[in-house]
Design a protein around this ligand. Sequence first.
Ligand SMILES: *[C@@H]1O[C@H](CO)[C@@H](O)[C@H](O)[C@H]1NC(C)=O
Ligand SMILES: *[C@@H]1O[C@H](CO)[C@@H](O)[C@H](O)[C@H]1NC(C)=O
Ligand SMILES: *[C@@H]1O[C@H](CO)[C@@H](O)[C@H](O)[C@H]1NC(C)=O
Ligand SMILES: *[C@@H]1O[C@H](CO)[C@@H](O)[C@H](O)[C@H]1NC(C)=O
Ligand SMILES: *[C@@H]1O[C@H](CO)[C@@H](O)[C@H](O)[C@H]1NC(C)=O
Ligand SMILES: *[C@@H]1O[C@H](CO)[C@@H](O)[C@H](O)[C@H]1NC(C)=O
Length: 503
Amino acid sequence: MVTAHFAFLQLLLLSLLLASGVAMPTEEGVPSFHMDNVIQIIEELERLNPQWEILDTVQYFRQWHNYNNAYLEHLLGKLSPASQGLKQDPKEPQGNPMGQKFSPSYSSFLVKVLKHQVIGDVESGVVLTPDGTSVAVSPLIIGIEAGLKRNTRVITGLDSLIAATLGKDLGLSLLNFRNGLQSKALGPNGCWDNISRAQVYVLLDDPSPVTDAFINGAMDGVVLGAHLSIPDKPNSYNLSALLKDYYVSSGTKKPKNDVDLRSNFRRSLFAALVNVSVLQDQALASVLLYKNLSSDSHLVALDETRLHDPVKQGIQEFYETYVECPTIIPRCMWGAQPYKGTPTNLTLPLKFVYIHHTYEPGQPCTTFEQCAADMRSMQRFHQNDRQWDDIGYSFVAGSDGYLYEGRGWFWVGAHTKGHNSLGYGVSFIGNYMEEIPAGFTLSLVKDSFTTCGVRKGHLVPNYTIHGHRQLVATSCPGDALYSEISTWKHFKDVQKIHQQKSK
Ligand SMILES: *[C@@H]1O[C@H](CO)[C@@H](O)[C@H](O)[C@H]1NC(C)=O
Ligand SMILES: *[C@@H]1O[C@H](CO)[C@@H](O)[C@H](O)[C@H]1NC(C)=O
Ligand SMILES: *[C@@H]1O[C@H](CO)[C@@H](O)[C@H](O)[C@H]1NC(C)=O
Ligand SMILES: *[C@@H]1O[C@H](CO)[C@@H](O)[C@H](O)[C@H]1NC(C)=O
Ligand SMILES: *[C@@H]1O[C@H](CO)[C@@H](O)[C@H](O)[C@H]1NC(C)=O
Ligand SMILES: *[C@@H]1O[C@H](CO)[C@@H](O)[C@H](O)[C@H]1NC(C)=O
């Protein structure tokens, strides 16, 4: 049954959604799991409670997180009954947790996205953001609360912002993995059943408690929390506006550099706030606090000195993989067709990285939507017109802050004739005859991708960079980009390296 009020709200939301061009709720009125929908619904909640500031909204949400309450209360304080105000509404016998004026379908949606959990290979409490990555909502919301309280609730030796978002979960996951209680310490990534009508998020591998989406949400919580913890910040802002700036603008505004406060740059923003040693100390301190407050016999029995090594070493690996490596948008997210036939495996580690430009598309892509469409059109061209098995490149660099997975780390590509099994082919989307990609886009390949490849053992430490034109008669990667890469440390003249090679 649709009440008049519900219908009105729906109409209102529908027109808002249409106006902003974001993902629509489905026919049944159940919104798809997009961040845009979370934001629209928070906006509606704020409209019904015009006196709420950011802290009121995030505190109000705390009752639906799937969290250990003693730990969170220790860090953030108890919730006052007032901040749970709307929950007990005598006119709602079924209990609409957001209060009677709020559409029941939206309140149940919000409660669902605030409860992070993994059952089998399905992760819930996760939404797809406009930048093409997925985030768990609850560590994000907790980070915002912790950030607002960071300067007032001081606990010696502990940064409550890191402890509340990431520290404890990361530390415990690393420990439990080490003690054989889990098959994985970190990750994995997942894929949506349908990008435009996102309903089910399925993990690509065995789950750990700190999935990629959880880590993304926690990092965003740290970034936004730190932003809000700067003293003298005007507090007239509201939660929906904050999230809209951070997430929605990512999908629409052209990024200028990687210190812009937007979700595309969460890794560099996080790196600027938290280094490895701080994260190691905070994860340890968080686990110790949790142990003190816990009745879990495994944990209570744990000798403190046995925490150090697994946590320190695990955090080092976490930092390398989730902070220093580039974000790679997996094939399922950009809508790749399957590989035709059976891929050939590379023999790793490789010694070369070959730099390309796509030429067509000739414009850099600056949003997930545009980069994903470019990937699909290149794959169509390579599979249908060229009759290749798949998109030729190993990886493709967008100008949205992300690398896109082509054939990836393990499969032989079709990018540099005669050399495909010797190196990774990495292409910049755009035509770079006359100009070069933005600095942060260049650095994604020059620094993050290569460092990450070496750490993973997929590239030798003294790998060589070549431009496509050094090996094949072509203008690729464009005059301007070629002259740029020829200044890179690992760039080499081809004669010196290849004179003895048979091919
Ligand atoms: C939230 O804040 C933004 C920016 O200050 C403002 O435009 C908007 O009207 C506010 N929304 C509500 C529901 O108060
Ligand atoms: C995804 O959902 C949209 C909207 O409901 C639908 O039109 C489309 O066919 C779906 N795509 C797939 C691959 O199922
Ligand atoms: C990490 O950050 C802390 C605090 O900002 C700083 O004191 C420390 O020197 C940094 N450590 C390294 C290794 O950069
Ligand atoms: C844990 O409890 C012990 C004993 O009460 C205390 O000495 C220690 O400081 C506590 N540690 C933390 C991190 O709270
Ligand atoms: C290629 O690698 C995959 C995954 O590691 C493995 O399952 C497969 O057997 C390998 N194929 C060949 C031909 O070695
Ligand atoms: C790279 O290092 C290996 C092992 O240290 C060495 O054998 C090889 O000659 C080096 N290659 C180049 C291109 O410097």
